[in-house]
Design a protein around this ligand. Structure first.
Ligand SMILES: [Zn+2]
Ligand SMILES: [Zn+2]
Length: 199
């Protein structure tokens, strides 16, 4: 098995772990984990994801409070133009200390992780690894970014979209219209004139 410190997402927290009231600043860039979104909306694997914040130690674990910034690629839902934009997400996650008796035993460590995850799914909780000396941010980055991906991205809030008849981009051609509309309009004008007895 690969060593935790070789993971590109490993952050050493040994200096703050197990001593309540300590704080460790984090300001690092990590490669985006795989599996965030898809071709349409997502973050490319390996893209620069920055994490800025701090690990703060409390009695039973570490709390990570951070701002995550990642480049999201998407497609405007109205005009289908590609969008490339930095996405910023604030996270608060908890890394509980493992029970001291399970530190040396890999199997029961995994069991404990499952139990913790099952106990409280509403809180973002991740395991500390390597006897509590490392926090691995891979799963946290993936979970957080997947959750925050825009469902209906727009290139701009007032995107006019495409012409429903011919697909022309109405942002670039604000005066675009079809003659069909004019004919109907003319017919309405004629009807109006009739109704008003001007025939
Ligand atoms: Zn658009
Ligand atoms: Zn058109």
């Amino acid at each position: 098995m690969a060593r935790i410190e070789d993971s590109p997402w490993a952050v050493s927290v040994a200096q703050v772990a197990s001593r309540p009231g300590q704080s460790k600043e984090i300001d690092e860039t990590f490669p985006a984990p795989s599996g965030i979104g898809d071709e349409i909306v997502g973050v490319d694997e390996g893209a620069d994801v920055s994490v800025t914040g701090s690990f703060d130690s409390i009695v039973d674990g570490l709390v990570l409070t951070a701002r995550i910034n990642a480049p999201v690629h998407a497609e405007c839902t109205r005009c289908l133009k590609p969008i490339k934009r930095d996405w910023t997400v604030n996270v608060t996650s908890f890394f509980p200390y493992e029970d001291a008796s399970t530190n040396s035993n890999g199997k029961s460590k995994d069991d404990e992780v499952d139990i913790i995850a099952g106990e409280d799914e509403s809180e973002d909780t991740y395991p500390l690894l390597g006897g509590g000396a490392w926090a691995d941010l891979e799963a946290l980055l993936r979970d957080t970014l997947v959750e925050e991906l825009p469902l209906q991205p727009l290139c701009k809030p007032d995107c006019k979209g495409l012409c429903s008849q011919c697909g022309v981009d109405l942002n670039e051609h604000p005066d675009h219209h079809h003659d069909v509309t004019d004919i109907r309009f003319a017919a309405l004008e004629g009807l109006k004139a009739k109704l008003e007895g001007k025939e």
